[in-house]
Design a protein around this ligand. Structure first.
Ligand SMILES: [Zn+2]
Ligand SMILES: [Zn+2]
Length: 352
């Protein structure tokens, strides 16, 4: 229904393929559904019934999005041009041979209800469905105009836009061979190595953060109630995902990289919060939004579980994803909807 032009083209152009013994072709919808229901294959009987139904009235005929007649779509609709031009020049709505407003798009219900005491225009000015007719007609008219009211022919192919680099915006190359991006990626690897060395030194060697370490934490018992000191054990640290961007001083909407430390206190799983206030290597972008968190006071005893040396150099894939998905502008200034975001380009340059 929605893709009336597509289904129509398929009906006209496609050569039936023999997918079943009796030569019936499989509907697109059904073959797609089958992917999802792999484990629940329909029986042959069911298959055949679907195909029999399809040959009769399984798929309703596509109708014009504007006039609701079958056999064409709204961009090929012969009523659009006249209706719109009558409306603009004579302030007239489409009418049937009795002079009554006729079915166009979705507005017939309201029109039918309103006819009687008032003229069609008065009724419909106050009627949402007038707006719906207006939208439908204007939209179809605009496209038809663009196609030169060539109702039979297919639209001309648009001239492809000049290729630009999705990363730096240059017209002379694409993202695939962007030297700016390549260099930035190398800088990211280097910056991340430098940061991870520093983080290892500060978090692991000096502070003694490690899974299994015994820590003292201050636990708040509720809003504006005093905190109490408790002992807990670190059960989990997300070493795998913290990276140089954890040091950014403001939070990025697409590259938030918080250090998450889970601990067990009184048999409850909690997280450490405000870690960016304790460690130099962490910025706001490296802080979790731990509302339910507890504050780390000190590490009591530490059972060192050193990270493997490759930890320093791993985590390259995420930077590759970052440069594929974002432009250099977004890396500098964040997304348009961001309130405040770190300048990731400058941050990498500072750490490389
Ligand atoms: Zn039509
Ligand atoms: Zn480029």
């Amino acid at each position: 229904m929605v893709y009336s032009c597509i289904s129509q083209n398929r009906q006209e152009n496609s050569i039936p393929k023999d997918r079943f013994k009796n030569g019936q072709k499989m509907s697109l919808t059904f073959s797609t559904n089958q992917l999802y229901y792999k484990h629940n294959q329909p029986t042959t009987e069911k298959l055949m019934r679907i195909h029999e139904d399809q040959n009769n009235s399984y798929r309703s005929k596509s109708t014009c999005g504007y006039c609701r007649e079958t056999g064409h779509n709204q961009y090929q609709c012969p009523h659009v041009k006249g209706d719109w031009e009558n409306f603009l020049s004579k302030w007239k709505f489409p009418v049937d041979k009795n002079g009554l407003p006729i079915k166009r798009g979705y507005n017939q219900v309201a029109w039918a209800r309103g006819i009687g005491n008032n003229d069609a225009l008065t009724i419909n000015i106050y009627n949402n469905c007038f707006a719906s007719w207006f939208r439908n007609c204007r939209k179809a008219y605009a496209v038809q105009l663009e196609r030169g009211f060539n109702l039979a022919g297919k639209p001309k192919r648009k001239v492809p836009a000049a290729r630009t680099c999705g990363f730096c915006g240059s017209k002379s190359h694409t993202r695939r061979n962007c030297s700016t991006m390549e260099q930035f990626l190398k800088d990211c690897y280097k910056a991340n190595e430098n940061w991870r060395r520093a983080a290892y030194c500060e978090l692991v060697e000096q502070a003694g953060l490690s899974v299994g370490a015994c820590v003292e934490v201050s636990v708040s018992e509720g809003y504006s109630r005093p905190t109490t000191q408790k002992t807990g054990i670190i059960t989990k640290i997300n070493w795998d995902t913290i990276n140089v961007l954890s040091a950014c001083t403001s939070t990025s909407s697409f590259a938030h990289s918080p250090l998450k430390v889970e601990i067990l206190v009184n048999g409850e799983k909690r997280t450490l919060k405000n870690l960016h206030n304790k460690f130099k290597c962490l910025g706001k972008n490296g802080a979790g939004n731990g509302y339910w968190g507890v504050e780390l006071t000190k590490v009591i005893t530490n059972s060192p579980t050193p990270l493997p040396p490759e930890w320093i150099t791993s985590y390259k894939e995420s930077f590759e994803t970052l440069v594929k998905k974002k432009t250099s502008e977004q890396l500098k200034h964040g997304m348009a909807s961001d309130y405040s975001s770190p300048n990731i380009m400058a941050h990498i340059a500072a750490w490389k």
